[in-house]
Design a binder for this molecule. Sequence first.
Ligand SMILES: [Zn+2]
Ligand SMILES: [Zn+2]
Length: 376
Amino acid sequence: MADYYDLLGVSRDADADTLKRSYRRLARQYHPDINKDPGAEDKFKEIGRAYEVLSDPQTRARYDQFGEAGLGGAAGMPDMGDMGGFADLFETFFSGFGGGMGGPGASAGARRRGPRQGDDLRFDLTISFSEAVFGKEKEIQIRHLETCSSCSGSGAKSGSGPTSCGTCGGAGQVRRATRTPFGSFTQVAACPTCEGTGQVIADPCSACGGQGLQQVRKKLRINIPAGVDTGTRLRVANEGNAGQRGGPAGDLYVFLTVQSHPQLRRDGINIHSEVTVNYLQAILGDTIEVETVDGPEQLEIPAGTQPGAVLTLSGKGVPKLGNPVARGNHLIAIKVQLPTKLNREERELLEQLAGHHTAKGHQHPHKSGLFGGLFG
Ligand SMILES: [Zn+2]
Ligand SMILES: [Zn+2]
């Protein structure tokens, strides 16, 4: 995977405007509707992803520090991937840093003392077949951590403030002598009492127990774009858990599951269904009504339609995600029903017809014998 800055042709310290201008220029150049070169569509997607990541200061910071690994899979853009264990990844990345990976160092302590980003959260949402096709604004109710309103996130009871930690004397770090076969040396680690903050809260806020965060139920209206499918995830910025000590909030990721439809089946942007016609409609042609995502539509069965034929209603499929003007097709497989019983009149007409065929010179000894016997 190419470097995102290289992809967008900008330097690592490019500002938001430069990023945007460069992205727009490249997006126009590689847009699959304009650029028919093989590989243009992939390039277009890569550019989109690079911009998605770099245009958001939070994800840009993660990318600068950890590369792609810091993003925990595709960021932002709806995608089809399985993103299970997403919150866990960030948990490991950000909170794990002060502990296991800290090593000898001031950097571990410094990291714990600084602002801490809130966790990203996952919300699973099931939507109907037609909501996925045409999009819908939905209200969801989530639970996340918000900055405590009683103490404004400080964790201290109002009127009081944090005090210097007694264990580390406010340094946030403790020194430990470690003995190894190569001699003993001193390691610096984050203070266990204050978790490296250098401060403790003598009189904790009763609303949040000193955490500075409180669990809150919240209603959110989210806009489901047309063309989503099972496995699409949507990012709602800053609706994850609140950060601590002034850190930014995490994001909420909505993972979609789409219900099936009794008659229609989805295959990407195309819809498939089946319809049964009788043998006369197949032979002579007819116009019938079929169920589509837009409601009932007229379908012309051309004369001479064969069993298993697939007829197309153009543009009656699913809007393309991100470009809803473009729609797929509705493909209808034709089943032909043959009668199991004939009444006398039908039988006579069909036998006449069969007689015509044999009279015209078809060499069918059995049939011509039979019909010869009946009509002869
Ligand atoms: Zn509080
Ligand atoms: Zn301490």
